[in-house]
Design a protein around this ligand. Structure first.
Ligand code: SF4
Length: 321
């Protein structure tokens, strides 16, 4: 097998592109795919400050690396979820990555700041752990970006992730979620822009990128993921991809160009009708935002009053007329 570009021995095959690459040309391929995603979808403007949500896994560390390689001013944000040994190990991978490269990392440990870990918070609020985790991440990433003056939050969702989420949403015809499943969610009052620059790259490519670049990452899955439907959707799509390479990309790219426009209008209206959380001021459709309700259920001192949150903002401000 030879590299498609330079004809040297190949180290990585990308069946979706009917191509193989040597190490140097594969890294170039990854940078090109990220550059194309950013340009096609207007993800990051010149001179904008990027906050990368890093978990210690291959995707988020590869994303951070790629953005820095492409010349963006990108800092990292790590959220400690309080998931026992998994959280302890994942933060060590992030710290090792940062120390070797002198990058800026912001750390926010949910148990230290809010007094609960995701498993206990989810149980107290009678939510499944991934639901409590997802809403905490959305709230805290957004808050950190606004407070830190970042223009954009970048997450490591790759093509496999996005195709699996799309399959789940289509199977249930979850139209509200379909309308928001974009690689870019624009900024609006109370929300920073959110982007997914890895949507043109798959999971295998991200793992290979890390190996070639010498980036050590957390291989183990989060223990809370067991039984997660998302993993089943990924397995189903992998079986289809194995038989028909390129199916995942065709499914996701076809949705963006031909499906999404039909679902988008409804979800845009929803964002303009949000009020301000009575506890923290974040945009919310009801009196108190879901994160403050989670904090309160978990028995923290008071809704929206973290134990020691240095970034807490003053009282609620109106978000939308
Ligand atoms: Fe959070 Fe669930 Fe992912 Fe674990 S698997 S990090 S609980 S969303």
């Amino acid at each position: 097998m030879r590299c498609r570009r330079c004809k040297a021995p190949a180290v990585m095959q990308v069946r979706r592109h009917n191509a193989a690459f040597c190490a140097a040309c594969f890294l170039r391929h990854c940078r090109e795919q990220v550059r194309r995603a950013i340009d096609e979808h207007g993800m990051i403007g010149e001179g904008e400050k990027v906050l990368v949500a890093v978990s210690g896994g291959k995707d988020s560390l590869a994303l951070w690396d790629l953005l820095v390689e492409l010349g963006y001013q990108a800092d990292g944000l790590y959220l400690g979820l309080g998931i026992g040994a998994y959280s302890d190990a994942s933060v060590s991978y992030v710290r090792s990555y940062v120390e070797a490269r002198s990058l800026k990392l912001i750390e926010l440990d949910i148990p230290t700041v809010y007094g609960f870990g995701i498993p206990e918070g989810a149980a107290a609020a009678r939510r499944v752990p991934c639901s409590a985790c997802g809403l905490s991440k959305r709230h805290l990433f957004n808050q950190a970006a606004l407070d830190g003056g970042y223009d954009v939050i970048a997450t490591g969702h790759n093509l496999d992730d996005e195709a699996a989420v799309l399959l789940g949403n289509v199977l249930r015809w979850a139209t509200e979620y379909l309308g928001r499943q974009e690689p870019v969610l624009p900024a609006s009052t109370g929300f920073a822009r959110k982007v997914k620059p890895l949507v043109r790259l798959g999971e295998r490519e991200m793992a290979a990128y890390c190996v070639i670049q010498g980036i050590e990452y957390m291989v183990e899955e989060c223990p809370m993921a067991e039984g997660n439907k998302h993993l089943g959707y990924k397995a189903a799509l992998n079986a289809i991809e194995e038989a028909s390479p390129g199916s995942k990309q065709a499914f996701y790219a076809g949705f963006l160009s031909r499906g999404l426009p039909h679902f988008r209008p409804g979800s845009e209206e929803d964002r303009t009708q949000l009020g301000a959380c009575t506890s923290c001021g974040a945009p919310t459709p009801s009196g108190q935002c879901a994160f403050c309700r989670l904090v309160e259920s978990a028995g923290a001192p008071a809704a929206g009053t973290p134990v020691a949150d240095p970034r807490r903002r003053p009282g609620p401000a109106p978000v939308a007329p």
